[in-house]
Write a protein that binds this ligand. Structure first.
Ligand code: KDG
Length: 325
């Protein structure tokens, strides 16, 4: 990691769209639901919050509308201790994600983000010094899918990071509402070529690689140039490919409550461990642990643990004792 230990330097910088999120509280068709939680969601801000809870100094770059939801987003993120580099866009609204529980086991997610403030992210919003001083810059391909300007911003931020020796972390995070698999493919190839750390699911890997064996998919993605590739397999754990070798990440068994946000939590755990000086095994162990916390709590990020809670949970997992007294 970088030497510059100045207290105001961000160790992790993320960039993307954060949306207001409304989440229905009962398993009902949305039109019948009457009780909702109002919160915020967004792949990169989920990662940012997850890492900040684990003690990492973290910044988020993005745009929100100059509306109540935009101010809600900024307030919530600041409340989580993030350094928020938000532009308030007076011409475009904050995006909205509607999350509903159709049954106790089926969740639906709908997005209202066309022409949103976040999708107007551009190279002008990038803080070169902030990214250059960080240890890691993290972004997901959702940001690349938002608009041509946002895609240019992602590419420019990555070039800035590369020039400065800031490691680049990318989650392929495919969103079918934003682009087709064919449209995503060239950008996925580019991102796989520049990532020091690349996270994806089997289905996302298959956009640019062949077959269904996760080890082979990870190897093919590494051939584009990625340093370490982690293919997530939900409750089956994950596999990692690094330096020409694969390793298995065992899942932590939990009863699933809300799976949305688990991938972001996984990346947050990995990056927090990496930045705090973890070795490759610990980075993956923290990733799996934080992913398990996300799945077994409500909300995309609200239930993520602090460093003390993580340490306790790793101890409890070893003893299989789930009662904290
Ligand atoms: O799945 C968790 C995130 O990705 C979510 O909070 C936001 O789905 C999202 C999106 O497309 O930005």
């Amino acid at each position: 990691m970088k030497d510059a230990e100045s207290a105001d330097r961000s160790q992790l910088v993320t960039m993307g769209e954060t949306l207001a999120s409304m989440c229905s509280l009962e398993p009902l068709p949305l039109r019948q639901a009457s009780r909702f939680d109002l919160s915020i969601a967004g792949a990169e801000s989920n990662v940012a919050i997850g890492a900040a809870r684990l003690g990492i100094r973290t910044s988020w770059i993005g745009r929100v509308g100059d509306d109540e939801l935009g101010h809600l987003i900024v307030n919530k993120m600041r409340g989580e201790g993030l350094d928020v580099r938000a532009q308030f866009d007076v011409d475009h609204p904050t995006a909205l994600m509607l999350k509903s529980r159709r049954t106790s086991s089926i969740q639906n997610v709908d997005y209202y983000r066309r022409e949103s403030a976040g999708s107007h992210l551009s190279t002008a919003d990038i803080d070169v010094a902030l990214i250059s001083c960080a240890d890691v810059f993290h972004v997901s391909a959702i940001t690349s899918a938002l608009s041509k300007d946002a895609r240019d911003a992602v590419r420019s931020a990555i070039s800035t990071a590369k020039r400065a020796g800031t490691q680049v972390s990318i989650d392929l995070n495919y969103r079918s509402a934003l682009w087709s698999r064919e449209e995503a493919a060239p950008e996925f190839r580019f991102l796989a070529g520049v990532a020091d750390f690349l996270f994806c699911t089997v289905s996302e890997a298959q956009i640019v690689a062949q077959g269904d064996d996760p080890v082979s998919l990870a190897r093919q993605l590494a051939e584009y140039g990625a340093g370490q590739v982690v293919v997530k397999q939900g409750s089956d754990g994950a596999i990692s490919w690094r330096d020409g070798k694969s390793s298995v990440v065992k899942p932590i068994p939990v009863s699933a409550f809300d799976e949305v946000g688990a991938g972001d939590a996984f990346a947050a755990g990995f990056l927090a461990s990496l930045i705090a000086g973890g070795d490759p095994d610990r980075n993956l162990a923290w990733a799996a642990a934080i992913g398990a916390w996300a799945v077994s709590t409500r909300g995309d990020w609200e239930g993520l643990p602090t460093l003390d809670e993580l340490s306790d949970s790793l101890r409890h997992n070893q003893t299989s004792d789930s009662v904290v007294r």
